[in-house]
Design a protein around this ligand. Structure first.
Ligand code: 6PG
Length: 263
C-alpha cells in the first residue's frame, strides 16, 4: 500500500448490537481524548440511522464520557434529511435527543446541516453550498488554509442495506460527485427523498472512517461492500479513512463474511 492509498478496512465483530454500541462508545471516547491530548481539540462527524443513534445513546451513558473535554469537540454531520428544523426525522433532532443535550458542548462547535425552513428555504443545493462554506471556513480558522474541510478525527457512517453510506446511494448522481464537498440529494431511495450529504472525496479526508452495521438485514450489504471495489455501485466500498477504516459489526451483520475478512 503506497502512502497515498487509503487504509484498507479492518473488521471488528461484537456479539450483539448493545455490546457493539457500548464498545464503540468507549472506543470513540479514547479516540477523542487522544486527539485532544495531541492537538488540544477533536472533531467527529456524526451519522444518522439506528446504529448511529444507538452509539450516541451509549456515549451519553458511558462512565468515561467526561474524560472528553466536550467544550473542545467539533461535531459535524455526514448527511441530513432536508426537513424543517426540529423535525423528528432530522439526524440533528435525533442526535439531540440521544446525546447532544447530555454533555457540555460548545454550541459554536456543533455544526448541524441546514434545515429546509432555514435561510435557504427549500433550495437544497444552496443549503449544501452553505455547509461546504462552513466547512471551508472552519478549515481556515483551524490553520488549514486552502483545505476545503477541517481535519476530522473520526467520521462515523451507518451502512444501508443497499450499501449506501451517508446519503450516497448506489448509481445516484451524488455518489459520482468528485468536485464539491457537500451536495444536495433528490429522489433518495431511503425516505425522506431530499437530503444533504458529504461527498465521497469529503468523507475520505477523515483520519479515521468507522462504518457501523448491526443486524441480519446488513449481512449481505457488509459482505458485498467489503469485497467490492466500485464505489459508484457500492458506495460503502469508497468510504475509506486516510489512516484507518474500521468496520464495526455485530455477529448478525458479520454472518456473511468469510473467516479471512474478520480481524
Ligand atoms: C440517514 C443515515 C443513513 C444511515 C443508514 C443506516 O440519514 O438515513 O445517515 O446513511 O446511516 O441508512 O441506517 P440504519 O443504521 O438505521 O440501518
Amino acid at each position: 500500500m503506497t502512502a497515498s492509498e487509503p487504509a484498507p478496512p479492518q473488521v471488528v465483530v461484537h456479539p450483539d448490537t448493545e455490546r457493539m454500541a457500548r464498545a464503540t462508545a468507549a472506543r470513540l471516547i479514547t479516540s477523542l481524548v487522544e486527539a485532544q491530548t495531541a492537538r488540544g481539540e477533536a472533531s467527529v462527524v456524526l451519522t444518522g440511522g439506528r446504529n448511529g443513534n444507538a452509539l450516541l445513546a451509549a456515549l451519553a451513558q458511558a462512565p468515561a464520557r467526561d474524560g472528553v473535554d466536550w467544550s473542545r469537540v467539533d461535531l459535524w454531520w455526514g448527511d441530513e434529511r432536508f426537513l424543517p428544523d426540529g423535525d423528528p426525522d432530522r439526524n440533528h433532532t435525533q442526535a439531540r435527543r440521544a446525546f447532544l443535550d447530555a454533555v457540555p458542548l460548545d454550541p459554536a462547535r456543533v455544526h448541524p446541516m441546514p434545515a429546509s425552513d432555514g435561510p435557504h428555504g427549500d433550495d437544497v443545493e444552496a443549503a449544501a453550498g452553505a455547509y461546504a462554506a462552513e466547512l471551508a471556513a472552519a478549515a481556515e480558522r483551524g490553520g488549514h488554509p486552502g483545505d476545503r474541510v477541517p481535519p476530522f478525527d473520526v467520521l462515523l457512517l451507518g451502512l444501508g442495506p443497499d450499501t449506501h453510506v451517508a446519503s450516497l446511494f448506489p448509481d445516484h448522481p451524488a455518489v459520482r460527485e468528485d468536485g464539491r464537498t457537500v451536495v444536495g440529494v433528490r429522489n433518495a431511495p431511503k425516505p425522506p427523498p431530499t437530503r444533504i450529504s458529504l461527498t465521497l472525496p469529503a468523507l475520505r479526508t477523515a483520519r479515521e472512517v468507522w462504518l457501523l452495521a448491526a443486524g441480519e438485514d446488513k449481512a449481505e450489504a457488509a459482505a458485498t461492500a467489503l469485497a467490492a471495489t466500485d464505489p459508484l455501485r457500492t458506495p460503502a466500498a469508497g468510504a475509506r479513512g486516510r489512516s484507518r477504516t474500521l468496520w464495526i459489526l455485530d455477529e448478525a451483520a458479520a454472518a456473511g463474511l468469510p473467516a479471512s475478512a474478520r480481524d
